[in-house]
Design a protein around this ligand. Structure first.
Ligand code: MLT
Length: 313
């Protein structure tokens, strides 16, 4: 009976609202990606109402753990970024196994990051910024969204690139961190272009570098870290969509099809492009591609993080 009921419910799916957990504060970069995808996917899942829930804290790991333990019925999903791959190397006790505790739906997009300073900090580029940071290291504050956040990872790479440790200030997401950077309460932040492009264009913060190997069309005047002499500085944040392990295959199949159609949506692509993000090609918006990418990224970042010697409990 329960098997038959399961098959029937997979055929009818969805019959009630689907919740996508974003493991950071509302209004930030992960939230922007999740809401944009949710709106586009809802058009391709008849009757679907997709809502985004923000469960912030511990660099995203609290929200991810919540989804790992949620009922595997297709009504609890997760959108998360590169932190899915870095947390296993950063946390001594992680409440989930990223490769074992989830069903994979697909990759979504890739997003470069911007290194920014508050407007009245006296530096416009890396040549001016590095000596300022070295001279003021004990009082300069670098914001991030907690250990495991993309901003945390970029901050580690930045401190290693300039050979200077800075005082870090954790937030529950980079939406509140950006607000404090604009208000001048913190000095420095590295955050995804999906959150920073409008504020950079409006002159509310000063961007000094982009973290991709090449400049991007939406911020064409912003030089790369590589151009400014930091030759290995290359970080792009990628997003994926997940469901708890055991979510029925017919449900996953419907979600994969809806995700792939959503990623062809003109409005979604324009919004992502305006914010500096690149939508992945259809062959990467698959469970297999996401699983493979996640496994490769776990291996890629482990030695980098071990070298940085940063751990959380
Ligand atoms: C957010 O949504 O707040 C960010 O993705 C946080 C981060 O990882 O830096």
């Amino acid at each position: 009976l329960s098997f038959a009921a399961g098959v029937a419910s997979a055929q009818d799916y969805p019959t009630r609202p689907i919740a996508i957990t974003v493991p950071f504060a509302a209004g930030g970069p992960t939230d922007t990606v999740a809401r944009t995808v949710a709106d586009a996917m809802a058009k391709h899942l008849p009757g679907a109402n997709i809502v985004v829930e923000n469960t912030a804290g511990a660099g995203g790991t609290i929200g991810v753990g919540k989804v790992a333990r949620a009922k595997a019925d297709g009504y609890s999903l997760l959108v998360f970024h590169i932190g899915m791959a870095t947390a296993p190397s950063l946390y001594r006790k992680l409440q989930y196994d990223p490769l074992e505790d989830f069903e994979f739906i697909g990759m979504i997009n890739e997003v470069p990051m911007t290194i920014m300073v508050k407007n009245d900090l006296p530096a416009r580029n890396m040549t001016e910024l590095v000596p300022y940071l070295k001279a003021n290291a004990s009082k300069v504050t670098l914001a991030n969204a907690g250990i495991g956040a993309a901003s945390h990872l970029c901050g580690l790479m930045f401190q290693s690139a300039i050979g200077q440790e800075l005082v870090t200030v954790p937030y529950k997401g980079t939406a509140p961190a950006m607000a404090d950077l604009m208000g001048g309460q913190v000095d420095l932040l590295c955050d995804q272009t999906t959150n920073t492009t409008p504020q950079i264009k409006a002159g509310k913060v000063k961007a000094v570098a982009i973290t991709s190997p090449k400049r991007i069309p939406s911020l064409p005047d912003l030089p790369t870290m590589i151009e400014q002499g930091h030759k290995d500085f290359d970080i792009s944040i990628w997003h994926g969509m997940y469901a708890p392990k055991g979510t029925p295959k017919p449900v996953i199949d419907k979600l994969v099809a809806a995700l792939q159609k959503a990623l062809e949506d003109e409005n979604l692509n324009k919004r992502f492009a305006d914010l500096g993000a690149t939508t992945v090609s259809k062959d990467r918006a698959t469970p297999e591609a996401l699983r493979k990418h996640l496994a490769a990224e776990i291996d890629r970042w482990r030695p980098v993080i071990q070298k940085a010697g940063v751990y959380a409990d």
